[in-house]
Design a protein around this ligand. Structure first.
Ligand SMILES: NC(=O)C1=CN([C@@H]2O[C@H](COP(=O)(O)OP(=O)(O)OC[C@H]3O[C@@H](n4cnc5c(N)ncnc54)[C@H](O)[C@@H]3O)[C@@H](O)[C@H]2O)C=CC1
Ligand SMILES: O=C(O)[C@@H]1CCC=N1
Length: 276
């Protein structure tokens, strides 16, 4: 992406840290990134780890910005949006909200009728440029702003534009929250290894290498995950026995219900925080 654009982050928490870290790792100049964050410790961490400019003043972060990433909690987005609306209009910057649930129409209402707004759902592996982000833009977003938003998120992983905003709840449930499901699986498998007699370090290493190997294999293979799973499963062997236990526990059903609960919560947040 062009390294000329000035990027402001409003909120310097977990997700901002992942995006900033990913951008810096991609070679984006630190002096072109400003993060506004009220917590002094978080500001200091961002400054010392990534070398970006930090401030406690949202207005200051916006000065000269071409893109402003709203990286505060969904419940804080309205306050921040209304606060920055005048400066955003003057800067002519595109606002990129990553808040779960918060809808384009509400963002537009809070930021002003002329505001160019992109709603995005990234995930934390952006930190190591392995993120997955879905995006959708309002009609005010220019072609240049469209490509700025895309290149910003593409610097930290894969991007996918949506044409129907309703899909954002599903995206939030699958890739937004998704890393947590895989981390939980890793925690559980590591623990099982320890229970079976491995030392923790060995159990963790084997778990993480296996997770990485399986994910890379699924990405690079032309076969479906189902086919790859079948190849691990020798008839009458160990995997078959293990998968039987997971089927009895209805793991697939639990995952389906978990994703539905996350999507439902995203929708609920949109209803609770929005005005329609
Ligand atoms: N954590 C994740 O994996 C993902 C989070 N998101 C979204 O990103 C947003 C941020 O989430 P997290 O980073 O996890 O939360 P977080 O709580 O770690 O970060 C939010 C930050 O905003 C700061 N803040 C609070 N009020 C502020 C204000 N008025 N002005 C400027 N900064 C302010 C807080 O001090 C905090 O550091 C949420 O809307 C969430 O839905 C989206 C995708 C993934
Ligand atoms: O848990 C959350 O609400 C945020 C949105 C997606 C991932 N984390």
């Amino acid at each position: 992406m062009s390294t000329e654009s000035q990027i402001a982050f409003i909120g310097g928490g977990n997700m901002a840290r992942s995006l900033v870290g990913g951008l810096i790792a991609d070679g984006y100049p630190a002096q072109r990134i400003t993060v506004s964050e009220p917590e002094p410790e978080r500001r200091e961490q961002l400054r010392s780890r990534f070398g970006v400019a930090v401030t406690a003043d949202n207005g200051e972060a916006l000065e000269g910005a071409d893109a402003v990433v709203l990286a505060v909690k969904p419940q804080t987005v309205r306050t921040v949006a209304e606060e920055i609306a005048p400066a955003l209009g003057q800067a002519g910057a595109v606002a990129i909200s990553i808040a779960a649930g918060v809808r384009l129409a509400d963002l537009q209402r809070w930021l002003g009728p002329q505001a160019a707004v992109v709603r995005a759902m990234p995930n934390t592996p952006s930190l190591i440029q392995s993120g997955a982000t879905a995006l959708i833009a309002n009609a005010q977003v220019s072609a240049a702003q469209h490509s700025l938003a895309e290149s910003l998120l593409r610097a930290v992983g894969q991007t996918q534009w949506l044409t129907d905003e309703a899909q954002m709840d599903a995206v939030t449930a699958i890739s937004g929250s998704g890393p947590a499901y895989f981390f939980l699986l890793m925690e559980a498998l590591e623990e099982a290894g320890v229970e079976l007699g491995l030392d923790r370090e060995t159990a963790r290493l084997l778990t993480l290498e296996t997770a990485t190997g399986a994910a890379r294999m699924a990405l690079e293979s032309e076969d479906t995950p189902a086919r790859l799973r079948e190849r691990v499963t020798s008839p009458g062997g160990t995997t078959e026995r293990a998968l039987g236990v997971l089927d009895d526990a209805d793991l697939r059903g639990a995952i389906q219900r978990a994703a539905e609960a996350a999507a439902h919560r995203a929708h609920e947040l949109g209803n609770l925080l929005g005005e329609q």
